[in-house]
Design a protein around this ligand. Structure first.
Ligand code: XMP
Length: 319
């Protein structure tokens, strides 16, 4: 009979056996997976682990600060916080193709991380929070020919030149199991229960060009949507919910005036592993409350629509 407590013990032994007296460096993306991997590895080898949080400025509202306080404050895990939002936003200027965005973000993440790894000095191992679905989905689409649907920036992105061995303690786990392991390790529920967030962050929720201004608009709309979902007691029933900022302007009317602003799409799905998904059937009153709040409170958005596409044929993220 398999339990998370046993998994934790076994993995700790495995990590110790693999790493020995070596130094490990772990890249944090701000998400649950890399955080759980880091906390588990820290439990196994203590200060032989250093974490580097490459902050690309494409996180949800307030989340970068949350990661830093969790690691430094709560766990006392050595953490380098590298704010490189300008580097990412400058590089994303003019980039509209989804795969080009993903590739730029993945590559830049690795470059920054590699530079920081040098500063830390002489790490022998690289830790990653890779999950089982990442391993298979980035290789091929299940049941079909070997076609890359999206290049995931946290898998296979390790350049050979880094010359480090990988430590990937979550490789056999699905998302719900990673959460269970996180709880087992004492991570706060608000963090462990958080909806999955993609490595490329808000960049793939802003079809078309990504700018700081558009990120700020999206962050506000997204926070309102999530707040309403939490208030309605629906957060845990949903696998992922988020706002998408479309590169389309439409005409509206507010008060006596004409508006000409962006469209925001809301997405919410249920799923067990992210590989297939169904839309979450909100009631009309809920959606209309969220739409009204977003349009009233977020300058730059004057229309809100709901995405009714399951996966397949859609993907969860829009890019
Ligand atoms: P899609 O959009 O392919 O997403 O249906 C499936 C799940 O994976 C997440 N996702 C990513 N996670 N790096 C990640 O760590 C990525 O590049 C990435 N792209 C998508 C997505 O949020 C969903 O949970």
């Amino acid at each position: 009979d398999w339990t998370m407590a046993e998994f934790r013990k076994t993995k700790i032994e495995e990590i110790r056996a693999q790493v020995g007296k070596g130094k490990v460096i772990c890249g944090l993306s701000g998400g649950v997976d890399s955080a759980v991997a880091a906390v588990l590895i820290h439990e196994a080898i203590g200060d032989q682990l250093t974490c580097v949080f490459v902050d690309h400025g494409l996180m949800r509202l307030g989340e970068a600060e949350q990661v830093v306080s969790l690691f430094r404050g709560h766990y006392n895990i050595p953490l380098v916080h590298k704010d490189v939002s300008a580097l990412f936003l400058n590089g994303l200027a003019g980039v509209t193709d989804p795969e080009a965005k993903r590739k730029f973000i993945g590559k830049t993440f690795i470059d920054v991380f590699e530079e920081e790894a040098k500063q830390v000095g002489g790490a022998d191992f690289l830790a990653q929070g890779t999950l089982y679905p990442d391993v298979i989905e980035s290789v091929s689409f299940t049941g079909g020919p070997s076609v890359t649907i999206k290049s995931h920036h946290n898998v296979g992105g390790l350049p050979d030149r880094m010359n480090m061995q990988l430590v990937e303690p979550l490789r056999e786990l699905f998302k719900d199991e990673v959460r269970e392991l996180g709880r087992e390790l004492g991570l706060p529920e608000i963090f462990v229960g958080r909806h999955p967030f993609p490595g490329p962050g808000l960049a793939i929720r802003i079809p078309g060009e990504v700018t700081r201004e558009r990120c700020d608009i999206l962050r506000k709309a997204d926070a309102i949507y999530l707040e309403e979902i939490r208030n309605a007691g629906l957060y845990d029933a949903i696998w992922q919910a988020f706002a998408v900022l479309l590169p389309v302007k439409t005409v509206g009317v507010m008060g006596d005036g004409r508006t000409y602003d962006s469209v925001c799409a809301l997405r919410a799905v249920t799923s067990t592993d992210g590989m297939t998904a169904d839309i979450y059937p909100f009631d009309a009153a809920f959606l209309s409350r969220v739409a009204t709040r977003i349009i009233n409170e977020v300058k730059g958005i004057n229309r809100v629509v709901y995405d009714y596409t399951s996966k397949p044929p859609g993907t969860i993220e829009w890019e």
